[in-house]
Design a protein around this ligand. Structure first.
Ligand code: GDP
Ligand code: MN
Length: 383
């Protein structure tokens, strides 16, 4: 789950990291009022879940409340990276001496959290990593040990920070690492971390990605979920407890078990097809759940056919078949279905499906099912 800049910064501030004063506005009037309350120049910043807002014109400096209102009006009309801007962060403008980068992420190869710093802040770190990787200094943190001040000081030195900033840098780095750990984040990033003329280090931007698999440990953070972070289909899937990933192709995939879903997609691709989505209905799926899943799979924009591949263990094929038939009754779509059922009660399941008048093929093997689905997606309809 990605957090907006203002949410990320509030989490950082809870841990003691300095952030500019400011608040969120949804209209030019609100932006003007916030700017007046702050006094002085402000930055008006689009709150969208993509980077590069600065370059896109989504970050504007305003000298007066009136200018802040005008900037807000302009930015609220923008779309950045496909995301319309609904909210703005209006905060006091800061005089920046230098822009640093500071981030914590998981390094999957090392299987450790890695603290990263760079003197080339303000630009996208992925860009720095490509153009000049030596500009990024990294230090891995052993999960069983505390982050050591010698490590953060090494980073400070490595990026050429003046010595009088070491202790402030150390404490920001510790606070950020603590934030990363305590919120179960996948990424906690400050870019830029601004060096001000008063020798302060201020988090001017914030980016946090929380681990969805750990959100149950943070019920208070769940409410930070931004509606724009997921599509309608993804939200329905999450609320129904289904794992759903949109992929953009033409063949919908409804499968029980993530491993079987991967294998199913491989077979589809082997025969030249493109999966529209990936839906894992999970083990022991009951009829209502199957119906919800099928509606979701069929809602993909370019869908031409749905392939259902079920291996019945605890999941009973007859139960799944009943779910499919029930879902089809309430569906207007005429997307053909190819179903492959094997395992517990497969005979009963096939019987239920064969009795349906929907355009539905019951296949005997996964190979046959995939070939049929690919043929249907290619428009070569069988008799
Ligand atoms: P991003 O482009 O989406 O990463 O948005 P940022 O929040 O990082 O802002 C982009 C750039 O705008 C920063 O790197 C700064 O150079 C500039 N910026 C943001 N806030 C301020 C501010 O308060 N004062 C000044 N002078 N520049 C700012
Ligand atoms: Mn930034």
């Amino acid at each position: 789950m990605r957090l907006q800049e203002y949410q990320s910064k509030l989490l950082f501030a809870e841990r003691g990291i300095a952030i500019p004063r400011g608040s969120v506005a949804a209209s030019p009037e609100e932006a003007r009022r916030i700017a007046r309350d702050l006094g002085g120049a402000v930055a008006v910043k689009a709150q969208v879940l993509v980077g590069g807002r600065g370059k896109a014109g989504g970050v504007r400096l305003a000298g007066t409340p009136e200018e802040a209102g005008e900037a807000a009006a302009a930015v609220l009309k923008m779309q950045i990276g496909g995301y319309p801007v609904h909210k703005l962060l209006v905060e006091e403008a800061v005089d920046i001496l230098q822009e640093l980068y500071l981030g914590v992420a998981i390094d999957r190869n090392l299987r450790q959290a890695v603290l990263m710093a760079s003197a080339a802040g303000g630009v996208e770190i992925e860009q720095v990593a490509r153009d000049d990787p030596k500009m990024i200094k990294r230090v891995a943190v052993d999960p069983l040990m505390e982050l050591d001040t010698a490590q953060t000081q090494g980073l400070a030195k490595g990026i050429g920070l003046p010595e009088e900033l070491y202790s402030t840098f150390n404490s920001v780095a510790h606070d950020l690492y603590e934030a990363f750990l305590s919120y179960d984040a996948l990424l906690a990033e400050i870019n830029p971390l601004a060096v001000t003329d008063t020798g302060q280090l201020l988090a001017l931007d914030g980016k946090v990605i929380l681990d969805d698999n750990a959100l149950f440990r943070h019920p208070d953070l769940e409410q930070l979920r931004d509606a724009s972070d997921e599509t309608l289909a993804e939200r329905e899937a999450r609320e129904a407890g289904l794992s759903y990933v949109y992929l953009g192709g033409e063949i919908g995939c409804m499968v029980n078990g993530a491993g079987l879903a991967m294998a199913t997609m491989d077979v589809i691709k082997f025969f030249g097809g493109a999966p529209a989505n990936f839906l894992d209905v999970g083990g022991g799926a009951r009829a209502e759940r199957v119906a919800a899943a099928l509606r979701l799979v069929m809602s993909a924009p370019k869908i031409k056919v749905v392939l259902i591949n079920i291996f019945g263990g605890i999941t009973r094929c007859d139960e799944v078949a009943r779910g499919i038939v029930a879902a089809l009754e309430g569906i207007e779509s005429r997307v053909p279905l190819v179903v492959q059922l094997s395992g517990t009660n497969e005979g009963q399941g096939r019987k239920i499906l064969n009795a349906s008048t929907y355009r539905l093929t019951v296949a005997g093997t996964l190979t046959e099912a995939a070939q049929k689905a690919v043929a249907l997606a290619g428009g070569r309809l069988e008799a």
